[in-house]
Design a binder for this molecule. Structure first.
Ligand SMILES: [Zn+2]
Length: 444
């Protein structure tokens, strides 16, 4: 393990403090970009400009749709990727001595729900005491700002990393993972990847594999005076969702014997996210379609789970007295189909992260705790397809994917410090004689 001198460490921590208001302003700019699926170009342009300004080798990386179905990292897509691209920034040192690093963050966000239910409009980046509000503030534009400003702090401290570092600002994390898949499929790799998702300053020990589906039921439309001749697609869909709860319960039971998952309350977490059905207020509905996701365990083959769910639906379609009166339900795969991952305890990377975490919390630093996240993470793509140890560790945030999402700025400051110290120790540093590139405030 390379060691960081106490003086270098102090300078890095001070540099994070020094630039923190600038970091909050940058984060606020990112939150003001409405980077919903397919609308990430604006935020990515800002990220690209910020990285170019800092002297990185920056490129745009478009998702190649011809790789979908051919490269195992990719999940099914249902949209065009014309306006969705990753921003990849690379910094190669003059002398490589340490280990290389990827810092990854996703810029895509999920919808806000009714903005009137928010205390402040969701894209205004309102600051209130320790909290910065806004959709994507926690998940995970704060983490992206932490990655960029952590590396800034190392330079501002008069140091240079002695190993290659990359920043992957990716799209599609919230639906398919195909942004991260593209990064990995293009051959980008490193000795470790760190992803500052909002984890309340804990380390993710494992995550679940996830599959995302859409199921369409067709009924028999009818007039209210002859309801008995009709079959309601909406009622059939509601029945099928109830049956799917049995599949969820069965997959949850498997958690008891899974490493790390036995204490997770609902690892499968069947979530029905959308439902659309019916054509007219006074007609028995002919069609209903719902979308959802369900999780399983690291090591499970996601395609095996796909077959299991399809077989379950097919059996219900035969057994259920209402659903059997409908044509066979149509199951489509419309989002991520991906395995989970586990971070083996005791790695060098984890040890360095724990030390950095303690130093950022000094003098009363808590130990670095780890936990299981029962959801999809882009870390799985790097871990499963590139064999890269994946550290997911980021700031305290609340209400992600909900109303009044917010991130703690004190926590973001600590996480930025942790990432800076981690990068400096993992990659190694050397002093830069020429400090002319530093902001004026850092000259002695
Ligand atoms: Zn996220």
């Amino acid at each position: 393990m390379s060691c960081l001198s106490e003086a270098d460490q102090d300078r890095i921590l001070a540099a994070v403090d020094e630039a923190f208001e600038t970091q909050i302003a940058f984060l606020s700019d990112l939150v003001r970009c409405v980077s919903l699926r397919g609308q990430e170009a604006d935020v990515q342009s800002r990220v690209e400009a910020a990285l170019l300004e800092r002297g990185y080798d920056v490129s745009r990386q478009t998702i190649d749709p011809t790789l979908i179905g051919r490269h195992p990292a990719f999940s099914p897509a249902t949209v065009s990727y014309e306006n969705s691209w990753n921003v990849i920034a690379v910094q190669n040192p003059a002398i490589t001595e340490g280990r290389s690093l990827i810092l990854n963050a996703h810029v895509d966000i999920v919808p806000t729900g009714d903005p009137k239910r928010w205390q402040d409009p969701p894209f205004e980046a309102t600051r209130d005491d320790d909290w910065l509000y806004g959709r994507g503030s926690g998940d995970m534009k704060a983490g992206l700002s932490a990655a960029i400003f952590a590396l800034d702090a190392i330079r501002a401290a008069g140091l240079e990393l002695t190993a290659p570092v990359q920043i992957h600002s990716v799209v599609e994390e919230e639906i398919t993972g195909n942004g991260a898949a593209m990064a990995v499929a293009s051959g980008l790799t490193a000795d470790v990847v760190l992803i500052p998702e909002p984890t309340d300053e804990k380390l993710v020990r494992a995550n679940s594999g996830v599959i995302k589906f859409a199921i369409t039921l067709h009924g028999t439309p009818a007039h209210p005076r002859e309801v008995s001749g009709g079959v309601s697609a909406i009622e059939a869909a509601m029945r099928l969702i109830e049956h799917l709860r049995q599949l969820e319960a069965r997959w949850n039971e498997e958690g008891a014997i899974q490493p790390f998952f036995h204490n997770v309350e609902n690892p499968a977490a069947l979530t029905i996210g959308t439902i659309n059905g019916g054509e007219w207020i006074a007609s028995v509905p002919s069609c209903c379609r719902f979308e959802g996701r369900i999780g399983f365990y690291p090591g499970d083959d996601p395609h095996e789970r796909v077959r299991e769910l399809e077989a379950f639906v097919a059996r219900i379609a035969v057994d259920d007295p209402l659903i059997q009166r409908c044509p066979a339900p149509i199951v489509e795969w419309v989002g991520v189909v991906h395995a989970g991952y586990t971070l083996a305890p005791g790695s060098d990377a984890e040890g360095i992260l724990a030390e950095a975490h303690a130093a950022a919390h000094a003098p009363n630093g808590p130990a670095l705790n780890s936990y299981v996240m029962a959801c999809y993470l882009d870390a799985a793509v790097y871990a499963v397809h590139a064999g890269i140890p994946s550290l997911v560790y980021g700031p305290i945030a609340e209400n992600i994917h909900a109303i009044d999402e917010r991130v703690s700025l004190a926590s973001l400051r600590r996480v930025t410090k942790t990432i800076a110290l981690f990068a400096a120790t993992w990659c190694g540093v050397r002093s830069v004689a020429d400090a002319s590139h530093l902001p004026a405030s850092h000259h002695d």
